[in-house]
Design a protein around this ligand. Structure first.
Ligand code: NDP
Length: 279
């Protein structure tokens, strides 16, 4: 008999505050799972040793955050479909003794979006072209979005993501060089803020957007977790748009991770409450 808890956790460079710990541990407690989720501070030069250590200790899996999402791939045994397309991993799962890299960033977003809109056959604008935008864009493309516009300040980053969408998925990707306030075209169904604008301690920072171009009927989603009620979402609500906050994305990522590691579908309410307490 094994008297030790199963181990899971997070490898991040700055482990000072990681709300995922409270959220996942709350799910383990609620479902009486003998699992633990441990926050580990891992610097880039120690990442290979950290993965070796997890293998040696029989960890069931772990999350990793930036700057480890791409680097970790060389220490794994394989990749899931969307992680392979994105070239980034945020969730590692032990399957038949092998560490397989998955990406739950985009999947978590998709689950949270589906409550209000199905991205299939929709025209979507994503503001930003960083890690979160990349994961969201690929998952929306795999879910059947018709057209995905990437609006970003940096053209290289933006065009790289557009090339990935056009080269590896059936959706049509296009780039918009973002400089002046972004005017949402009238044919757009879903607008996603995947930049870091509005994140604490800069919660009073407004995104460079023409608020008058937000029409009722548009779905506006924000990835920002803290604060969840961003200025973008309050502006969008005032214009009659349906809104989705960043908490849904992180909770659904947590649910996917727990499902991958334990096979249990965790209670979303328990995880969201635990998250709200620490934010
Ligand atoms: P990256 O650093 O990879 O990318 C940041 C993006 O934001 C870039 O496209 C950058 O544009 C853009 N950006 C930054 N500042 C501005 C600005 N003032 N105006 C316009 N664009 C700007 O970050 P990530 O993609 O990893 O994360 C982005 C956000 O998503 C973070 O706040 C993170 O906390 C959140 N997140 C939320 C998750 C959730 O579960 N809710 C999961 C993962 C991330 P440029 O390239 O031009 O510099």
């Amino acid at each position: 008999m094994n008297f030790l808890s199963e181990l899971t956790g997070s490898f991040s460079q700055n482990s000072a505050s990681n709300p995922t710990v409270e959220m996942v541990e709350a799910a383990y407690r609620h479902h009486k799972l003998d699992y633990r989720y441990i926050n580990c501070e891992v610097t880039p030069d120690q990442l290979g040793d950290a993965v070796k250590g997890a293998r040696a200790m029989g960890w069931v899996g772990f999350n990793c955050s930036q700057p480890h999402k791409v680097e970790v791939i060389k220490y794994l045994d394989g990749l899931g479909e969307s992680a392979a397309l994105m070239g980034a991993v945020n969730c590692v799962v032990r399957r038949d003794g092998k560490y397989i890299g998955e990406n739950t960033d985009g999947k978590g977003f998709l689950e949270s979006l589906k409550v209000v809109a199905d991205p299939k056959d929709k025209n979507i604008v994503i503001l930003g072209a960083g890690g979160a935008a990349r994961a969201i864009a690929i998952e929306l493309a795999l879910a059947g979005a018709t057209e995905i516009t990437i609006a970003n300040r940096d053209s290289n980053r933006g065009n790289e993501l557009v090339d990935l969408i056009n080269g590896k998925t059936k959706s049509k990707g296009q780039f918009f060089k973002w400089g002046s306030p972004y005017k949402v075209p009238t044919n757009i169904d879903i607008l996603v803020n995947a930049t870091s604008v509005g994140m604490a301690p800069h919660g009073d920072e407004r995104i460079n957007l023409d608020i008058e171009s937000l029409s009722a009927g548009l779905v506006v989603a924000d990835v920002i977790v803290n604060p969840p009620n961003t200025l973008l979402l309050s502006d969008a609500k005032a214009k009659g748009c349906k809104v989705i906050d960043g908490l849904g994305m992180i909770v659904n990522q947590g649910i996917l991770g727990v499902k991958y590691w334990t096979g249990i579908t965790a209670d979303a309410g328990v995880m969201r409450d635990a998250l709200a307490k620490v934010l």
